[in-house]
Design a binder for this molecule. Structure first.
Ligand code: ZN
Length: 174
C-alpha cells in the first residue's frame, strides 16, 4: 500500500529520473499515478503530490482540484498530471506565499517564488502540453518541480514555524 515516506527518505533528496515517454501508458507508470492520487486524496489538506513523496524517484506530479466543492475560493486549481515537467518560462516578478508540504508535517513557511511560470510536460496519455499559471498554481508548479530535484521548501523558506495538528502556530523560528 502506497504511503507518504518520511522526510529523511532518500527519494525526497535526490534528482528523480525522467519517465521514458513510451512507458507513460505502461501498467507500472499508471499504477504510480493511481497510488499518488490515492495518497493525495487521503490527506485532508493536500493539493498536490510528487512521486518522490511516495518513495518513487520519477519525474511525475499531480495536482488535485480541492476547490471543486468550494465556490468561495477565488482561484480554481485544475486536476492535472505532469510527467517530466520543465519550467520553460518564469516571470521576473516574485511573490511571497505561505507554503506547507505533506512531507514536512506540522510546519509552514514563507517562500519567494516566481509570480508566473509556464510548464511543459506530458499528461497521463503521453501528450505534450504547456500550461501557464499565476497565483497559487504557479507556486504549486514550482514546489512540485522542486520535489523532482530533491528540494523541499524548507531548504529555502526564509521563515518557517511549527504548527500543531490543527495548523495553529506553536513556535516562531528563523
Ligand atoms: Zn511538498
Amino acid at each position: 500500500m502506497a504511503k507518504l515516506v518520511s522526510q529523511d527518505h532518500p527519494a525526497l533528496h535526490q534528482i528523480a529520473e525522467e519517465v521514458p515517454v513510451e512507458e507513460i501508458g505502461s501498467a507500472k507508470i499508471q499504477k504510480v499515478i493511481k497510488d499518488m492520487r490515492k495518497v493525495l486524496l487521503s490527506c485532508p489538506r493536500g493539493v498536490a503530490i510528487a512521486a518522490p513523496q511516495i518513495g518513487v524517484s520519477l519525474r511525475i506530479f499531480l495536482v488535485h482540484d480541492v476547490t471543486a466543492n468550494n465556490t468561495d475560493q477565488e482561484e480554481r486549481i485544475p486536476d492535472m498530471i505532469a510527467i517530466n515537467p520543465k519550467i520553460v518560462k518564469t516571470s521576473k516578478k516574485r511573490t511571497e506565499m505561505e507554503e506547507g508540504c505533506l512531507s514536512v508535517p506540522n510546519r509552514y513557511g514563507n517562500t519567494y517564488r516566481h509570480a508566473n511560470v509556464t510548464i511543459r510536460a506530458y499528461d497521463e496519455n503521453g501528450e505534450l502540453f504547456e500550461r501557464g499559471a499565476g497565483g497559487l498554481l504557479a507556486h504549486i508548479f514550482q514546489h512540485e518541480t522542486d520535489h523532482l530535484d530533491g528540494i523541499l521548501y524548507t531548504d529555502h523558506a526564509h521563515k518557517s514555524w511549527e504548527t500543531d495538528e490543527n495548523y495553529e502556530k506553536v513556535t516562531d523560528e528563523n
